[in-house]
Structure formats: structure tokens, C-alpha cells
Design a protein around this ligand. Structure first.
Ligand SMILES: NC(=O)C1=CN([C@@H]2O[C@H](COP(=O)(O)OP(=O)(O)OC[C@H]3O[C@@H](n4cnc5c(N)ncnc54)[C@H](OP(=O)(O)O)[C@@H]3O)[C@@H](O)[C@H]2O)C=CC1
Ligand SMILES: O=C([O-])CC(=O)C(=O)O
Length: 267
């Protein structure tokens, strides 16, 4: 299996390392990265990353057996959509991108045109299988609360209300629906988007985002009710050592999805 990575950050680095024991079954043949961050620090982007050629756009006709997006919302239109059109199955980490109706429509159209699928990574959350099954019978309400230490909200709209490091108690920084959450907090509301897409959609999923100096984990809590009964799922995720906004388990969800492609059983 020839795999293309989009992104060379916290998630991609961990996925690369964890897939090393499986190199006999899969080869990472290309990395696409923006280079923007490195260029802004006055350094050119290296032509290889961990020995794999780095590109600014999908190489050749973009064909590979699997493309894994681990980059940013912008990468979905830029790289995932053309790959899907070419028939390449894709994994998406930046699920929040799908809150924009035109991006969701482009992904659907491209997958249909290419006769393939875009698989949304479970990322930092779980219980999506139960939520999706409950949605078949009918969900009445879904409420997602994302609670992270103040430093995880650095560089986001949350800073508009004052310095985050002066917070002494849990502070609600957003209340609304999943669409607005994902559009306003693109680096911190992928889970809100994933929960929305598994359950009652972007407009009906209620979201609360909290900057909480009392936690050292990224806490993701789903409460749902419907004809199935009630669901209450809470993950207390340790952050990635490379990116405090990203839970470590997000990369492992990608590894699991890759291994599902080559194993006899899928859970
Ligand atoms: N679904 C979920 O539950 C979760 C989703 N995420 C999402 O996953 C994505 C990756 O997270 P993480 O690894 O922590 O992020 P990082 O910031 O650590 O890394 C991002 C990488 O993507 C590259 N990049 C950014 N924009 C583009 C682009 N348009 N095209 C190609 N490459 C690009 C950057 O390139 P360069 O280095 O050259 O600048 C960088 O290498 C983010 O969108 C994040 O919000 C994160 C956690 C959980
Ligand atoms: O915890 C994480 O890994 C990321 C997160 O909250 C999100 O993007 O929704």
C-alpha cells in the first residue's frame, strides 16, 4: 500500500513512527506540507522529511492507495478533494472543515466522482459508533462539551476576552451549535464536527467550549438522548507532547484506521 501524508506535524510524526513496524505492508511515498510555518521562521522547507520526499502539492497525478490528511482545514479542499476525484481513498483529521457547506459538498461530489470514500478519523473522541446507531432510531438531543487547559486555546478567538494565563476558574468561551464552533475554533472543534456528523448534524448539535485552568487534559464529553435511551461518554485525553491543542490519542486513531485496512477483523 502506497500512502501519501498531508501534514508533517504532531499527528503525522506520531503516525509515521507508529507505522514503522508495518513497512513491509505499507510505504509512505510522499509528504505534502504547507511550509508556511517554517518559511515564516526564515527557514526553507527541507526537500525530504524522515527520508520521504516533501511536496507542496500532490505529486504526479496524485495517485496512491491511501491519502491521510493530518494538516489543517484548508488542506481538505486543497488536497483531499482532488485525490478523491482521482479515486484515492482518503482519511480526514481536520473534520471541522466539513462545517462549511461548500467544503462538505465538494468532498461528497469528489468521492462520488472518484467512486471512493473519505473516512473521518475518530480522532480525540469515541462512542461515535453508538451515537450513529442511536441516530438511526432517532436522537432528541446531543450536547458536546470540550474542556481544555487555557494554553490549548492560545491563538484562538478565546484570547479576545483577555489573557488566557490569568484565568483562575473554568470559563466558557463558546456556546452555540457545532457549525459555529467548528468555523470559529477550527483547531479545537474537530470533535464537535465529528459528533455532529455522527449524530444530529451541525445545526442541531449543542456545543460548549471551556478554558479550564483546573484541568491538565483535553476533556471531551458527549451527552445524548433519544429513542435508544441516554448516552454519556467522557474522554480525559492527555495532550500530544508536540501540540497542546491535539490529544495524543488522535494520532493513534489514524494508526488504528490504517491497520484496519490490512487486518482480517474490523471493530
Ligand atoms: N479529528 C480530531 O479529533 C482531531 C483533529 N485534529 C486536526 O488534525 C490536524 C493536524 O493536527 P496536528 O498534527 O496537531 O497539527 P500541527 O499544527 O502539529 O501540524 C500541521 C501540519 O500540517 C501542515 N499543513 C498545514 N496546512 C496545510 C495545507 N493546507 N496543506 C498541506 N499541509 C499543511 C503543516 O505544514 P508545515 O509544517 O509545512 O507548516 C504541518 O506540518 C489539524 O487540522 C487539527 O485541527 C487534531 C486533533 C484531533
Ligand atoms: O483534543 C483534540 O485532540 C482536538 C480537539 O479538541 C478538537 O479538534 O476538537
Amino acid at each position: 500500500m502506497h500512502v501519501t501524508f498531508i501534514g508533517a506535524g504532531a499527528i503525522a510524526s506520531e503516525v509515521f513512527t507508529r507505522l514503522e513496524p508495518y513497512r513491509n505492508a505499507l510505504e509512505i511515498t510522499a509528504i505534502v506540507r504547507s511550509g508556511a510555518a517554517t518559511a515564516s521562521r526564515g527557514r526553507a522547507v527541507d526537500s525530504t522529511w524522515r527520508g520521504v520526499p516533501v511536496h507542496a502539492a500532490l505529486p504526479g497525478h496524485g495517485y496512491c492507495d491511501l491519502l491521510i490528511e493530518m494538516a489543517a482545514d484548508s488542506a481538505v479542499l486543497q488536497h483531499v478533494v482532488p485525490a478523491l476525484r482521482n479515486g484515492v481513498p482518503c482519511f480526514i483529521c481536520s473534520v471541522g472543515a466539513l462545517a462549511a457547506p461548500e467544503v462538505q459538498a465538494a468532498v461528497r461530489g469528489a468521492a462520488q466522482q472518484g467512486g471512493t470514500t473519505a473516512q473521518l478519523m475518530t480522532g480525540a473522541i469515541g462512542a461515535l459508533d453508538a451515537l450513529a446507531a442511536a441516530a438511526v432510531g432517532g436522537l432528541v438531543s446531543v450536547h458536546y462539551t470540550g474542556r481544555k487547559p487555557p494554553r490549548a486555546w492560545a491563538g484562538t478567538l478565546a484570547e479576545a476576552n483577555g489573557p488566557l494565563d490569568s484565568l483562575t476558574s473554568p470559563t466558557i468561551i463558546f456556546e452555540g451549535n457545532a457549525r459555529d464552533a467548528a468555523l470559529k475554533y477550527p483547531l479545537n472543534a474537530n470533535v464537535a464536527a465529528t459528533v455532529a456528523l455522527s449524530g444530529v448534524g451541525f445545526d442541531k448539535t449543542r456545543v460548549t467550549l471551556v478554558a479550564d485552568p483546573c484541568v491538565d487534559c483535553n476533556v471531551h464529553h458527549i451527552e445524548a438522548a433519544g429513542s435508544f435511551g441516554r448516552l454519556d461518554f467522557c474522554a480525559h485525553n492527555l495532550p500530544s507532547p508536540d501540540n497542546p491543542k491535539t490529544s495524543a490519542i488522535a494520532a493513534w486513531s489514524v494508526v488504528r484506521a490504517v491497520l484496519d485496512r490490512v487486518s482480517a477483523f474490523r471493530s
